[in-house]
Each structure stands twice: as C-alpha cells, then as structure tokens.
Write a protein that binds this ligand. Structure first.
Ligand SMILES: Cc1ncc(COP(=O)(O)O)c(C=O)c1O
Length: 374
C-alpha cells in the first residue's frame, strides 16, 4: 500500500481547488494539494468528530501541545507552551505578524522566486517589498541579503524554509547568518516552515528557533501540507523566547479563526501518523527520481530537491514562449507557471509530485505530446 494509491475516479470526484480549476480532461499537478486519502489518525479524528457532531468552536488547546511533542521528538527542539499559538492558517498568521509587529509604511524583505502569497503578506497595509534573488542553486544569497538589509533597512524578513518553489533546505550555518544579520540590522525574521515535515529523510531540517539567534525570530507553520489537510484551515505561530509577548499581542481573531476540525485532524496526524509521514517522504524521493528520468527524455534537467513535494523545473531549453500555458493547451496537463513566483521565471514550471507514479508518468507523456511538432 502506498500513500498515493487513490483511483483517478475518486480524485475526479473531489471538489477542491486542484481538481476543479481546469476542464475535466486536464491532468492537474499544480496547487499544493495531495492526491492521497487522509492518514489513519487524521481520518479517525475527523470520523469521530462527524460521528458526535463535534463541529463547534475550538476549545482546549490540542494542536499546540501536539506540535511541541513533534518538535521535541523530531528536531530535539524544546518549546514552552507559551511559545506556540494557533492561527487561522499559515498565510493569515504571517500577514497578521507583519501587520501588527512592523510599522505601517515599512519595507518588508523576502526572497524571489517565492510562493506567491508572500507578496501580498509583505505589502499588507501599504508596506513595500524588497527582494533578494535565490542563487542559481536555489539557495539563500547571504551576501545579497546583507546588502539588502544595509541598503533598504527592512523591518522584517520573510523567509520560506524549506523553500517553495526551489525545494531547498537552509543549513544551520545559513540560518545563523540570517539571524546574525537580523540582529545587526534590527530586522524581525518571520520564517514559514510549513514544508518542514516533507523532506528527503537523508537530509536534516533545522528549525530556525533551534539556533542561538532564533530567540528573536517568529515561525509560522502547520501540519497541513504534509498530511493533505490544506482545506481544513489551521496553523500555528511559534515565537522565539524573546518574541512571546509580541506574538500574544496579536488580535484574538488570529487565533480564533483556526478551524476546530483542522486542529483536531492535524493534532491526530502529528501524534499518530508519523509512520505514514515517513512512507510519504520515501515515496516523494522516488517520485523526484522518476521525474528526473522522465524529463531527461525531453531534454530537461531536474536535480531532485531535498524538500517539499514540488519540483521546480527550468524549461528554457525547450524554447517555448510560455511553457506552462503551452503544456496546458497542447498537452492538457496543468503545472504552476514560474511567473507566479517571480515574473522573471516565466520559463520555469512547478510540478506537484504528491500524486501516484502513474500520474507523474502520464503528466510527462502529456508534456511530450505537447512538444510534438513544436
Ligand atoms: C510556503 C507556503 N506557505 C504557506 C502555504 C499555505 O498555507 P496555509 O494554507 O496554511 O495558509 C503554502 C501552501 O502551499 C506554502 O507552500
């Protein structure tokens, strides 16, 4: 039994964004939803809630202690219960932190390319955005970041680690440099660690708050990406020890907007579905290798990234005007176009590999069809 053993017929019945955005003949490998059934613990929690009609407001804390247990067991990160608070979802948490903890009109920094909703989060309330480009290897450009901090004096830096779309994981040394620069230039670091559970088991993930400099940082995260629970909105803000008071100064609504069902499902997943997650991570490694092989047949080079189930692929060797649009139109396969992440990356596509190997193969066959006669 593999995690992505779900029939096409079942997937096609879904009413979520991934399966309804395009016409029924389009194979969707775009938005970060997963083509799996719920993991067993999450499913049991949701079924129990349905059985007893447990659809009220959320009550006692559940996800917060589950995250503390998960962070301790997985990363040896010791968090105090005051450091962790629920939020509606990760982007709502990030937006609220920017809005309430930086002055109006401030410059907010991030990297580029970047998961598109970072831009509205950074520019909330008229703040302005400053970006530093990721390196050719999809890593943080630390000298570039230092220059940006020096020249633009941002109030906050929004970091995405693991990175969407590049799939890279920052090392402890890279993160420490970020923390050192942040202290030097008085920049609030807000790290989105939503993809921290999905990575090659051979590669280590280092939580920002585990670093000495992490005490001044804030993290937004959730178990939703790893367990296919994106639509059951719930997330967490996690404060470095020097930011606890500021985190709790956010409006009550930020915490209250988490969905009770999402909190219950993520909690159960974190506590009971770690073997399922390990299996998922093994399968994603295989899917990346499969993708690399398939893409080589069409003259594209993909180096499997250590993290996320999203593959970031440069299609410029194909000489297409707009690769994502071309594949959609001619091959009936939907990927995210790179311009979503940075207008300069229109030659790139992002492929969602949280699906079966058969669907990955079929997607690349469709991509080949789209290239025929081109
Ligand atoms: C880096 C990153 N942050 C945030 C999100 C969205 O999280 P949420 O739905 O909890 O706002 C995603 C979704 O793909 C993501 O990739």
């Amino acid at each position: 039994m593999t995690v992505f053993d779900v029939s096409w017929e079942v997937l096609r019945q879904r009413q979520s964004m991934k399966w309804t955005r395009y016409a029924p003949d389009v194979l969707p490998l775009w938005v970060a939803e997963m083509d799996c059934l719920l993991s067993p613990g999450a499913r049991a929690a949701v079924e129990e809630a349905v059985r007893i009609g447990d659809f009220g407001y959320h009550g006692r804390l559940v996800l917060e202690p589950a995250w503390i247990r998960y962070a301790r067991d997985s990363w040896g990160l010791q968090l105090d219960d005051q450091q962790v608070a629920a939020c509606g979802n990760v982007m709502a948490g990030m937006t609220a932190l920017v809005e309430h903890l930086t002055p109006p009109g401030a410059v907010i920094a991030t990297v580029s390319p970047i998961y598109a909703p970072f831009r509205p989060a950074a520019t909330v309330g008229g703040r302005s955005l400053a970006t530093v480009e990721m390196t050719d290897l999809g890593r943080l450009d630390l000298p570039g970041l230092a220059r940006l901090f020096d020249q633009r004096r941002p109030a906050a830096f929004l970091l995405c680690n693991p990175h969407n779309p590049c799939g890279s994981i920052a090392t402890a040394a890279e993160l420490q440099t970020v923390a050192d620069l942040a202290r030097q230039y008085q920049v609030l670091v807000i790290v989105d660690e939503i993809h921290s559970l999905v990575h090659d088991p051979a590669v280590e993930f280092v939580p920002y708050l585990s670093l000495p400099g992490g005490a001044d940082g804030l993290v937004v995260t959730s178990a939703s990406k790893a367990f296919g629970l994106a639509g059951a909105a719930a997330g967490l803000t996690v404060a470095g020890v020097n930011r606890v008071e500021q985190m709790w100064s956010l409006p009550y609504e930020v915490r209250a907007s988490a969905s009770h069902i999402g909190l219950l499902a993520q909690t159960a997943a974190l506590d009971f579905d770690r073997a399922w997650l390990a299996q998922l991570n093994r399968e994603i490694v295989e899917h990346k290798e499969l993708l690399a092989e398939c893409l080589a047949q069409v003259g594209l080079v993909y180096h499997p990234s250590p993290a996320t189930y999203l593959a970031w692929v440069d299609c410029s060797p194909l000489g297409l005007v707009d690769p994502a649009a071309h594949f959609l139109e001619r091959g009936r396969v939907a990927f995210n176009g790179g311009a979503e992440y940075d207008p300069a990356y229109g030659q790139w596509i992002r492929i969602n590999l949280a699906t079966s190997p058969e669907i990955v193969r079929q997607a690349i066959r469709r991509l080949e069809v789209a290239l025929e006669g081109h």
